[in-house]
Write a new protein. Structure first.
Lengths: 119, 110
């Protein structure tokens, strides 16, 4: 597709349920990021994938959060046993970085996000 | 201490005025800095990036970087109502990770 696609756009779930969020990056983009944005807040880094390298999971807030990415394609973010504080917009972004020369040019293209509401 | 701090705002300016947004960062390893604009209910979109000390101009936008003071700013000249949005500053370090500030909300009064 032309842009980063995220699904679902909205998800309402009950506390304690598991949810899975999906991100389709722009074709050819090697880097993929997940961010969380609570209402009125900035972007909170969650996890970063770059090609076949080990992901940077340093931003995941607890072991209830996990993410996977198959090669340079789709990524899924899974939240187990959801809590009310997990309610937020989850944003995925991809970048066309192709090598170290691009380190100064990490332009992120964001998806529309998934609005997660935990009741 | 957060890695990237922004003046909290909100910032209200009259149409045609200059809006000045400020950002400081704590990690001296940060190499590049980005300004994203986020309209209410929408995703962030990149408007400028800068990695060299000094000024960088793009249309009505000017980004300024001072690595010695660990300071980044964005000036919006001739502000328009369509510039009303939240502006996010982000810094990037060697590990590629972008750290975002909390954002500054700008309202341009017609």
């Amino acid at each position: 597709g032309a842009g980063v696609s995220q699904s679902p756009s909205n998800k309402v779930t009950e506390k304690g349920k598991d949810v899975e969020l999906r991100c389709d990056p722009i074709s050819g983009h090697t880097a993929l990021y997940w961010y969380r944005q609570r209402l009125g807040q900035g972007l909170e880094f969650l996890i970063y994938f770059q090609g076949n390298s080990a992901p940077d999971k340093s931003g995941l807030p607890s072991d209830r959060f996990s993410a996977e990415r198959t090669g340079e394609s789709v990524s899924t973010l899974t939240i187990q046993r959801t809590q009310q504080e997990d309610s937020a917009v989850y944003l995925c972004a991809s970048s066309p970085r192709t090598g170290e020369a691009s380190i100064v040019n990490e332009k992120l293209f964001f998806g529309s996000g998934t609005q997660l509401s935990v009741l | 201490q957060k890695e990237v701090e922004q003046n909290s705002g909100p910032l209200s300016v009259p149409e045609g005025a200059i809006a000045s947004l400020n950002c400081t960062y704590s990690d001296r390893g940060s190499q590049s800095f980005f300004w994203y604009r986020q309209y209410s209910g929408k995703s962030p979109e990149l408007i400028m990036f800068i990695y060299s000390n000094g000024d960088k101009e793009d249309g009505r936008f000017t980004a300024q970087l001072n690595k010695a003071s660990q300071y980044v700013s964005l000036l919006i000249r001739d502000s328009q109502p369509s510039d009303s949005a939240t502006y996010l500053c982000a810094g990037q370090t060697n590990d590629y990770k972008l750290s975002f500030g909390a954002g500054t909300t700008v309202t341009v009064r017609a």
